[in-house]
Design a protein around this ligand. Structure first.
Ligand code: DGY
Length: 321
């Protein structure tokens, strides 16, 4: 008998077809988000699940699903999973690191450029028919080249962002749980380790790429925003809870910082409505890793992880022929 799995969200159809060669697959190609009770019920007879950041795998769910052996997240972040409870229950947890580093770093730069140079704000203004003449002071933004870039969270995505800054002649400061080895700092455009406060006070542009946890909750709140330069910009690519949205809204409204670029939000997809009223924020719907090849690579990585977790070694070939 094939192991039973749940593909919790819609995915490329070829991935489902390939998974069906190994597993009895319950798929969700309608892409409906399951309630906690529904997810528990669906997983109660499953051996494994491919989940995303939208599915909360809690201790209660794990307790109610004793057959479950593997939770394979189709994301690098795994703050949706109670890993301690999974470990205690003997459930393997996997994520999709590395395959999305470069694509996510590209998008960090897209948000940084759009935010500093007011790309979306000026485009909305133009589309609304306001452009009547060229002006010397239209949409003056901040320079990116030659500026100081502050990266909080210097994992592989942070380092990929830093490498790109070489072409913009930037100085890079980073803050991280631990310092990088000197050779990694050198590859990351000679990034210099700094305390969080020092980084926030010195950087012209700050990018957040740290994992979300209880400890990183509200890494950026009112006190941190107050340390930033008045003309500075902030980009969040990581997880919503890392920034205190209310504090950021207040700082953007009072122009205490110049602008923000946000791909993630507290309580997403329910966005705080005040963000929509602000012109100095670029808002995107959690798409930093959303290039076609990278989303395919993430799906393949999650599927390969599921095979590794549930099948004997000889049967683990992904993709199957
Ligand atoms: C990730 O991989 O963690 C992205 O944020 C998608 O959830």
């Amino acid at each position: 008998m094939k192991p039973k799995i749940l593909m919790a969200r819609a995915v490329f159809p070829e991935v489902i077809a390939s998974l069906q060669q190994h597993f009895e697959v319950e798929s969700n190609q309608d892409d409906r988000i399951f309630s906690a009770a529904e997810l528990t019920q669906k997983l109660s007879d499953k051996d494994g699940v491919i989940a995303t950041a939208s599915e909360r795998i809690s201790a209660e769910l794990l307790q109610a699903c004793p057959r479950l052996k593997a939770v394979c997240n189709q994301a690098v972040g795994y703050n949706n999973i109670d890993v301690a409870a999974a470990t205690k229950a003997g459930v393997m947890v996997t994520n999709t690191p590395d395959v999305l580093n470069e694509t996510t770093a590209d998008f960090g730069w897209a948000l940084l450029m759009a935010t500093a140079r007011r790309v979306t704000e000026s485009e909305h203004w133009l589309r609304a028919g306001h452009w009547k003449q060229w002006r010397y002071d239209s949409f003056l933004g901040a320079d990116v080249h030659g500026a100081t870039l502050g990266i909080i969270g210097m994992g592989r995505i942070g380092q990929a962002i830093a490498r790109r800054s070489l072409g913009f002649d930037m100085q890079v400061l980073y803050h991280n749980r631990s310092r990088l080895a000197p050779e990694l700092e050198a590859r990351a455009n000679n990034a210099r380790y700094a305390g969080k406060e020092e980084l926030l006070a010195a950087a012209d542009h700050v990018i957040l790429v740290l994992p979300y946890s209880k400890e990183s909750h509200h890494t950026i709140g009112a006190a941190e925003l107050a340390l930033m330069k008045p003309g500075a910009t902030l980009v969040n690519l990581a997880r919503g809870g890392i920034v205190d949205d209310l504090a950021l809204i207040a700082a953007l409204r009072d122009k205490r910082i110049a602008a923000a670029g946000l791909d993630v939000f507290e309580n997403e997809p329910a966005l705080h409505p005040d963000f929509l009223e602000l012109s100095n924020v670029v808002l995107t719907p959690h798409i930093a890793s959303a290039s076609e090849p990278t989303r395919r690579a993430m799906a393949d990585c999650a599927a390969a992880n599921l095979l590794a977790a549930l099948l004997p070694t000889a049967e683990r070939k992904w993709p199957p022929n």
